[in-house]
Design a protein around this ligand. Sequence first.
Ligand code: PLP
Length: 367
Amino acid sequence: MNNMTISSNTNVTALLKEYALPSPLGFGRELAPIMYRADYMDGAWKQGQLIPFGEVGINPAATCVQFGQQCFEGMKAYKVAQSSPALFRPEMNFARLRKSAARLCMPAPLSGIFVDAVKQLTRTLEPFIPSESGQSLYLRPTLLGLDPTFAVKGSERYCFLLIASPSDAYYTAPIKVMVEREHSRAAKGGTGSEKVGGNYAGSLQATERSIAAGFDQPIWLDAATSKNIEELSGMNFMAVINGALHTPALSGTILSGVTRSSLFEIARSIGMDVVERTMPIDELLTDIRTGACTELFACGTAAIISPISEIGDTETRQALPDVDNVARQLKTILLDIQEGRGEDTFDWMADTRDTDTLIKRLNGAPA
Ligand SMILES: Cc1ncc(COP(=O)(O)O)c(C=O)c1O
């Protein structure tokens, strides 16, 4: 075991000596040459370590391959105005990973392992965290079921990987969204409120159809009635109606976004009302026609906010009068906090140097 650690550390050091960031970086394209891996076996998590990034030997009959027994997270480490890499509300990603893991009968990594992974990887990659506004080290915690079996059951061995991508800002031009009326993303009792791979695979055909129809992405309706807006495939949805921020309530089929809940607090802090409710698509289209709804946008960790310029389907399309107005205001406040320029009034940022505080935050204790 000692020898393994030494040779792995040596590889990691050697790899980083030769590493240079490409230009342009893009978002989520460049994969850092090292990653973190911890394994679960014999009923317990073993201490993990940094290893060279590369393909991990996975049995083709493993439960993650055959049955989609896998889940993941998306978060960012920022080093713009900060003196050391900082995380944004990591306890929320950890809690969501635990929820996703539990739904698929997987053991979630312990808080100590999650913190060790984030801390070791961000500290070791610190010289390669790009530091212009909008840039970050995008982090992808990933949990995989490893046992080969064709019986539909969980594994006894799992691995937790933390993969990193030094990234540029994820700038999106305003997007056009197509109301998806054929497929559903998630049904009550399914896995829509967890971050599991199958949700995304199931969305791909609708994305292709929306692009063929001249849009960028589908917007999903609820599976039970096909009447109410849920979210986009990888972002939550928000509308500005009569000056207030409206968004679909968490129904058990929508992912509870870290950005979504952060934007609520920011909106309230600047005097906007926030309304979480059932949002019928027909009512929204009427509100756009009458001018009550002025702006739509999607939100998530990667892009923070993607303004929506048009909504429609194969028959009709409606353009929004405002694009990136309220959205830009909210995004500026959020980014100022994340990048260390603005005061962290909500106590959202966590210094990756401070292990004790990180563990307390992940365990839900006051930091
Ligand atoms: C389906 C879905 N909804 C919403 C979000 C936004 O969540 P967050 O703000 O935590 O990134 C994501 C991204 O993780 C997502 O995949």
